[in-house]
Every structure is written in structure tokens, then in C-alpha cells.
Design a protein around this ligand. Structure first.
Ligand SMILES: Nc1ncnc2c1ncn2[C@@H]1O[C@H](COP(=O)(O)OP(=O)(O)OP(=O)(O)O)[C@@H](O)[C@H]1O
Ligand SMILES: [Mg+2]
Length: 611
């Protein structure tokens, strides 16, 4: 806990002076408040010995003045601490976003998106409240308690002793509470994150859940998870309530005993009535911070848990970084020769006994060449593609572009050199234009951008975008959900083309298209991509046949390279893979034709329930 708090202290460096000023205001306010009972003591003692009206008025005015001063100081504390703390909150949040954005795909494979979301929003909010309020108030309360105790001793050491005695169990209870509460607090924050992950996933997968009638099951699972969180929250509240009870009871008890003893002391002439009055006034002031200590302890525990969760993410190592002095490359001048040299890759979570997904891939793609990558499903084609822009790093061997290891390059350079159309066409809820021009040269003027947009849309046969309600400025729904699968896929392809990369990586970009559209797109791609090195994962013979050469990935290795005709003639394995894929496609088409002819209305009655 101390470790993360110390790190936070480093983080708030830019606002430390203002925090000190806030602390100073808060401390002065407390001391001023403690001054009031001293005036009271003076007044009450004077009443004993016959006070004039003037003394009473003066005393009253002083008390009023002190009260006003205290109020202004409390206001100042807010002025000093609140606005800079929001600044730090923003900084921490932006840094967290940058970190998450910067981390490689492997990191995101391992972290639930809801965990990141809750750390990003909830935890950082808790940290801010701790900086602006908790941290300052904890110091202030502690100082007030100490100063108050000194004043109490001054009033009467016997009465102060009674107050002290009550403080011993308070600190024991506080220590035990802290231990219990930190475990619960961590659990609750983690469960919050898991809950967010579940919400995120079901919102994303809402179609699947509905279509399979899994809504009720999903709700059950969610309810169970929410119930778990509730149990934790209740245990947290119970623990807090127990602590609070002692925090309220013990000081009250001490005051009661003090009153009893105090009256005897006054009667015996050991202390004056003024001293007793001042004792009670001071004690009442000290009781407030003593009680607050419980809440502040809770806040501190929450904040340090939030900090731990925050630093857990911030401390994750990013292995995909550029060297200090990256190889000098001009993306505009690149030829785009890609080579895999003994490339190995295995996913971090792969069990020991399975061989590497890529088990020594050797492949050369000549500048400007279109190479098709063929292999059975799960053979590692998508994985291989992702090694080029370093979405994953090889675990052995190397990948080069124009002879330079991709790990030697500046990451921006590398990602300008390459563009990818992924298997799942992820789009952003933004205009068609902005989606397609996402990776386009930002220095182009308006006209050139329009021209590029048109070229990309035409090549990908996505000119349907011009007919959308607001043309290419139509905002497409979240993750492009308002478009059909084929429409989405063609926009994703257009996006890769518009980036004008030297090396284009297409992961089965035409899978959702019918044969005729596919042929149109393949033909146009060939025209436009003259001179662009292209590695295209292909399932259909029509796409494969248009490639200059084909590489067959099998058992983690490239086992055959050549033209489609050559491989058909020479490689039995290739004939087998192609025949398999053709058959799969025929089956798909048969199903399409079949379902087109069937009367589906008979099926509907039975499936409508539970959706
Ligand atoms: N993020 C991941 N973490 C762990 N293993 C993965 C991950 N992605 C893929 N794999 C595994 O790596 C292997 C290769 O997957 P990959 O997606 O590269 O296959 P593919 O050839 O593209 O298949 P398809 O033709 O079905 O798209 C598979 O066995 C898969 O289970
Ligand atoms: Mg794949």
C-alpha cells in the first residue's frame, strides 16, 4: 500500500505546491476551530468572577470572527485542491489510455475489456477523490486529533486520560478494519471489472444471444455475477458499519464518563467550570475527526486498491517497441519485398506440448507481387499476416521488408508501409469517409482525398456507399452494425487500399461476397495493386488463380510455392486443400439455394419464444 501511495506522490508532483497550500488551509482551519473553545473557557471563567457586557460582546465577536475565518479557510482548501486534482485525474486517464492503446495485441488477448474499462473510469475517479479530499483530510484530522489532545490535557489531564483510553481500542479496531476492508475492496473492484466485461460482451454479441434464444441464460449468468458483487458490497458495508459503530460509541462513552468525573472534579475544586466547558467544547471538536478517521481509512484503502489495479496495467511490459535508433526508411521509396526467414511463432497461452503455430516459415514475396496464402482452417494464416506489421512479434527467426528486420523499424514507419484488411471487418461508428480514409496520407488536400476515396470504394466494389442517405458522410452504426457483412467487408478492404501501403495484407477479404462480386473485385484489385506487394489469404480458386504465385501453409511451414497451375500439377497436398475448400464452398452455396426456396414461416412459431 505504501508503495503505490509513494508512486502517487510522484504522479502529483506538478500540483504538489497547491496540495500543500490546500493542506495548510485545512490545517489552519482546524486550529482556528480549536481556538474557539479557548475563548469560551476565558468567557465562562469571567462569568464566574463577574464579567462586563463589553467582555461578553468582545468574546462573542472573537468567536464569530474565528468561525468566519474557519469557513473561508475551508473554502480555500477546495480552491487549492479540487481543480488541480481534476487535472491530475485527466493526466492519469490519458496516460492510461495511451498505455492501453500502445500495448500489443497479446496484452489485449489477456485482459478483459471490462477490466480495462473499470480501471479507466471507476478506479481513476477513486484516485482523484483521494487526492482532492481524502489525503488532505487524513493529515488534517490526525493533526487536529493530536492538537486537540494537547488542549484536552491542558484543561485537565485526568479527563484527557479518559479520552486517551478510548483511543486505544479505536486504533486496534482501525487496524483490523483496515486489513479486512482492503481484501473486500479489492474483490469488489475486480468484480466490478468482470461485470463490465460481461456487459460489454453481451452488448457486442447481442445478435447471437437473441438469435440462439440465450437471452434468459445470459440474464441468469449476469444476475449471478451481480449478486456476487452485491454480497461483497454488503460485506463491505457491514464491515464499515461495525467500524463506524465503535467510532461513534467509544468517543461518546468517553464523553459520558468525562462528564461524570468532570462534575466531581469541579465540585472538589480541582478544575474551574471554564476548564470543564473548554474541555467539552474541544472534545466535541476532536470527536468529529476521530469519527471521520473511519471513513478516511476506508477511502485510503479503496484508493490504494485502485492505485494497485491502475499500476498493474501501467506496469505491463510492452515488448513491441522500436529500437532507440530505428533503421532509416522512407515509406514512399519502399519497394515492398517481404521475407519470412525461419519465422517461429507461438501464442503466449499455448500449452507446452503443442508445437509452434508457425514452425519455421521461409517465404519470399517479391516487390509488387501478389501472393496468395492457402492453408486449412487454423493453419496459422491470420497469425502469419499479423507478424508483418508487428501486431505480434516472431518468437524466433525474423520478418523483413526490403531486407530490414521489421523490429529494427520505427513503428510509425512500419505501419505506414503496411496495411491490413482483417478477417472480421471492424469499423468505427463514424462516417464512411472517415472509416475508409483512416490510414490515408493526412497531408492530402480535400480533392485528392475525395479522389482516393473514390478509387478505394470503386476497387472494393463499395460504391454503394454513395447511395446511403447522406452518401459517404453517412455515419455507420456502432462497429458498422447497420451494414451487411459483405458491405462491411468491402469498406474494410477499401480502407486498406486507401492507405496506399507498400505491402498490403488481406485476410480473406472477399469471403462474404458472392462469386460474381468477388470476381469483379479481384479484377479491379489486380489493376490498382500493380506494384503493391500483396499477401492475400484466399479460400476460393478464383482468387487464388489471379495471384502471381501461391504459398501453401501446412503444419506451421510453407510447404509449397508456385503458380496455381504448377501446384495443381505438382502438389498432392495442395490439390487436397483446394478440393476441400471448393467442396465447402459448394456446400455453402447449396445451403443458400436451399434456404432461398424453403418456406421459413413454418419454423418461426417455434423459435419466437425466449427471444
Ligand atoms: N489470440 C490467440 N491466442 C491463442 N491462440 C490463438 C490466437 N489466435 C489464434 N490462435 C490459434 O492459432 C492457430 C492459428 O490460428 P489462425 O487464426 O492464424 O488460423 P487461420 O489459418 O487464419 O485460420 P482460418 O482459416 O480459420 O482463418 C489456431 O490453432 C488458433 O487456435
Ligand atoms: Mg484466419
Amino acid at each position: 500500500m505504501l508503495g503505490s501511495m509513494a508512486r502517487l506522490w510522484q504522479t502529483v508532483k506538478p500540483i504538489r505546491i497547491r496540495l500543500y497550500l490546500g493542506l495548510l488551509s485545512a490545517l489552519t482551519a482546524s486550529l482556528v476551530a480549536l481556538g474557539i473553545p479557548q475563548v469560551l473557557e476565558f468567557l465562562v471563567n469571567r462569568l464566574d468572577t463577574g464579567a462586563t457586557a463589553a467582555t461578553v460582546w468582545t468574546g462573542g465577536a472573537i468567536v464569530l470572527g474565528l468561525g468566519l475565518l474557519e469557513a473561508s479557510l475551508i473554502w480555500l482548501r477546495r480552491v487549492f485542491a479540487v481543480s488541480p486534482s481534476t487535472l491530475v485525474e485527466k493526466d492519469i486517464r490519458v496516460r492510461f489510455y495511451a498505455k492501453v492503446q500502445h500495448m500489443p495485441i497479446a496484452f489485449h488477448d489477456g485482459w478483459g475489456s471490462g477490466q480495462l474499462l473499470s480501471r479507466m473510469m471507476g478506479d481513476i475517479n477513486i484516485i482523484r477523490r483521494w487526492i482532492a479530499f481524502g489525503m488532505i483530510m487524513l493529515v488534517t484530522s490526525s493533526v487536529t486529533i493530536i492538537a486537540g489532545l494537547v488542549l484536552l490535557i491542558r484543561s485537565s489531564w485526568i479527563l484527557a486520560g479518559i479520552f486517551f483510553l478510548a483511543a486505544v481500542p479505536v486504533s486496534i479496531i482501525a487496524f483490523r478494519f483496515h486489513r479486512e476492508f482492503s481484501v473486500l475492496s479489492r474483490r469488489s473492484q475486480d468484480q466490478n471489472g468482470d461485470l463490465a466485461t460481461t456487459i460489454e460482451q453481451s452488448v457486442q454479441g447481442i445478435r447471437v444471444l437473441k438469435a440462439f434464444g440465450r437471452g434468459p441464460t445470459a440474464l441468469e449468468d449476469f444476475t449471478a455475477q451481480a449478486e456476487e458483487l452485491r454480497t461483497t458490497e454488503i460485506r463491505k458495508a457491514t464491515s464499515m458499519a461495525r467500524f463506524d459503530m465503535f467510532m461513534f460509541m467509544l468517543p461518546e462513552l468517553a464523553l459520558g464518563v468525562s462528564l461524570f468525573v468532570g462534575i466531581h472534579l469541579v465540585a472538589g475544586g480541582h478544575i474551574t467550570v471554564g476548564q470543564l466547558a473548554s474541555y467539552f467544547a474541544t472534545a466535541t471538536l476532536v470527536v468529529g475527526p476521530v469519527r471521520m478517521l473511519g471513513m478516511l481509512f476506508g477511502q485510503m484503502v479503496n484508493a490504494s486498491t485502485a492505485l494497485d489495479r491502475h499500476y498493474e496495467v501501467m506496469d505491463e511490459d510492452n515488448t513491441i517497441t522500436a529500437p532507440e535508433t530505428p533503421a532509416a526508411i522512407d515509406p514512399a521509396e519502399a519497394r515492398g519485398a517481404v521475407a519470412f526467414e525461419g519465422a517461429h511463432f507461438r501464442y503466449a497461452d499455448a500449452p507446452d506440448h503443442v508445437p509452434d503455430v508457425l514452425d519455421g516459415v521461409d517465404l519470399e514475396i517479391r516487390p509488387g507481387e501478389t501472393m496468395a496464402l492457402v492453408g486449412v482452417t487454423g493453419s496459422g494464416k491470420s497469425t502469419l499476416l499479423q507478424l508483418v506489421p508487428r501486431l505480434y512479434d516472431v518468437t524466433g527467426g525474423r520478418v523483413t521488408i526490403d531486407g530490414v528486420d521489421v523490429r529494427e523499424m520505427d513503428l510509425m514507419d512500419l505501419r505506414t508501409l503496411t496495411a491490413v484488411a482483417f478477417e472480421d471487418a471492424t469499423l468505427f461508428s463514424d462516417s464512411v469517409r472517415d472509416n475508409v480514409l483512416l490510414g490515408a496520407d493526412p497531408t492530402l488536400d480535400e480533392a485528392a482525398r475525395d479522389e482516393l476515396l473514390h478509387l478505394a470504394l470503386r476497387t472494393a466494389d463499395a460504391t454503394y456507399a454513395y447511395d446511403l442517405p447522406e452518401g459517404v458522410d453517412t455515419r455507420i452504426g456502432e462497429e458498422g452494425m447497420s451494414l451487411s457483412g459483405g458491405q462491411r467487408q468491402r469498406l474494410a478492404l477499401a480502407r486498406a487500399i486507401a492507405a496506399k501501403p507498400a505491402v498490403l495484407l488481406l485476410d480473406d477479404p472477399l469471403s462474404a461476397l458472392d462469386t460474381r462480386t468477388e470476381e469483379t473485385v479481384t479484377g479491379r484489385l489486380r489493376e490498382v495493386l500493380q506494384g503493391t506487394t500483396t499477401l492475400i489469404v484466399a479460400h476460393r480458386t478464383s482468387t487464388v488463380a489471379l495471384a502471381d504465385r501461391v504459398a501453401l501453409l501446412d503444419g506451421g511451414k510453407i510447404v509449397d510455392v508456385g503458380t496455381h497451375q504448377e501446384l495443381m500439377a505438382s502438389s498432392a497436398r495442395y490439390r487436397w486443400v483446394i478440393a476441400n475448400q471448393e467442396e465447402e464452398r459448394r456446400r455453402d452455396q447449396d445451403i443458400e439455394t436451399l434456404t432461398g426456396e424453403l418456406d421459413l414461416s413454418a419454423l418461426q412459431g417455434g423459435t419466437e419464444q425466449g427471444r
